[in-house]
Design a protein around this ligand. Structure first.
Ligand SMILES: Nc1nc2c(ncn2[C@@H]2O[C@H](COP(=O)(O)OP(=O)(O)OP(=O)(O)O)[C@@H](O)[C@H]2O)c(=O)[nH]1
Ligand SMILES: [Mg+2]
Length: 334
């Protein structure tokens, strides 16, 4: 179960576009049918129309079902991330509705195809087809809300990072604006936006770097503040879920510079919260921005295992990389 399971899935079209696509394709297909006597040709042409419309609608409904069902087949990490915006119970209801629509679609299709067989005149065949198409295209229109919401889920889900759960994962966490994204950019292939104000990062970003023949995943998370879990907003929850499911090693970063947004006691409180929440995970305490160091964090922390760096001046970054690797060596089979 590796990678983002939505990454390669296609989204359904919007309900109104499904109708357009179906009718357009039907009129194109019908031209391919050659003349073989009046009634036979009429029946075959109308059948082709109904069949084409049915297939197009079914294709999109199946895409919906696939996107929604994938939730249940996905790793707990993805499930948690999806559930921030889309409660699992809703997804369940949506799947039921879509499945109901697929059944209705199939029944209607079979019904009208049967009806066509008994049509005695081209007019009769046309009438049956008209009614059939009307009924078929109304199905996606009636499920407008669910199809639109499925498109939204797909938009969010297919962009989530593609995690390989068998390869080592390092997560950078910490308060806002301490330099988390700068570090991920420095050490890995990621290109995350960096700015001099807090809450710049709103999503989870994944970068890689190689060590020997291993590919190490480095994950940037949104900044987190000191608050209980139930008060965390959607963006902070993303960071919490990354920490819950992914890391073999956590880098907790603080900012001791005059431009820090949060005082040391707050930065340390968040650190202690993370430590308590994720007791089984190894955490490396990283003091960044030592080019402008104003607060001496080392006197507050009991851990001897800290490291001082400046990403800007490239101080200690190589040492940190070595620490990451040796930290992973202990935590994984690297
Ligand atoms: N002086 C100094 N500034 C740094 C250093 N590293 C990063 N910065 C600056 O700190 C600011 C915040 O950097 P980001 O990498 O965006 O910080 P972040 O922790 O990802 O911030 P959020 O995504 O908002 O939580 C930027 O203006 C960086 O240029 C450093 O070593 N020294
Ligand atoms: Mg950031």
């Amino acid at each position: 179960m590796n990678g983002n399971p939505w990454e390669r899935l296609k989204p359904p079209a919007k309900p109104i576009d499904i109708k357009e696509e179906a009718l357009h394709k039907a009129s194109k297909k019908v031209r391919q049918i050659s003349f073989r006597g009046k009634i036979v040709t009429a029946r075959r042409r109308e059948k082709k129309r109904i069949e084409t419309v049915y297939k197009v609608i079914k294709k999109h409904l199946l895409r919906c079902r696939k996107i929604l069902r994938t939730y249940y087949d996905s790793h707990e990490f993805y499930k948690d991330l999806i559930s921030i915006y889309y409660p699992p119970d809703n997804i369940k209801i949506m799947i039921k509705r879509i499945e109901g629509s697929i059944r209705t679609l199939e029944n209607l299709y079979n019904y009208f195809i049967r009806q066509l067989k008994t049509a005695k005149t081209p007019e009769e065949a046309r009438k049956i087809r008209k009614e059939g198409l009307g009924r078929l295209v109304s199905i996606p229109l009636r499920q407008k809300k669910i199809i639109r919401e499925t498109i939204e889920i797909w938009r969010y889900a297919h962009r989530l990072p593609s995690i390989n759960f068998e390869e080592p994962i390092v997560v950078i966490a910490g308060p806002p604006n301490v330099g988390k994204s700068s570090l991920v950019n420095k050490l890995s292939t990621a290109e995350v936006r960096v700015a001099s104000y807090p809450f710049t990062t709103k999503d989870i970003h994944l970068g890689h770097f190689n060590y020997k023949y291993y590919r190490i995943q480095l994950i940037d998370t949104p900044g987190i503040l000191d608050k209980p879990l139930e008060e965390r907003n959607e963006i902070e929850l993303k960071a919490i879920y990354v920490l819950k499911h992914l890391p073999d090693l956590i880098i907790y970063m603080v900012d001791p510079s005059p431009s820090r947004y949060y005082e040391p006691d707050i930065q340390l409180k968040i650190y202690n919260d993370i430590k308590t929440l994720f007791q089984d995970k190894k955490i490396l305490f990283v003091i960044n921005k030592i080019d402008k160091e104003e607060i001496d964090f080392t006197k507050y922390i009991r851990d001897k295992d800290y490291i001082k760096i400046s990403i800007l001046e490239e101080i200690g970054v190589d040492h940190l990389k070595k620490k990451i690797i040796s930290g992973l060596l202990k935590e994984t089979t690297l």
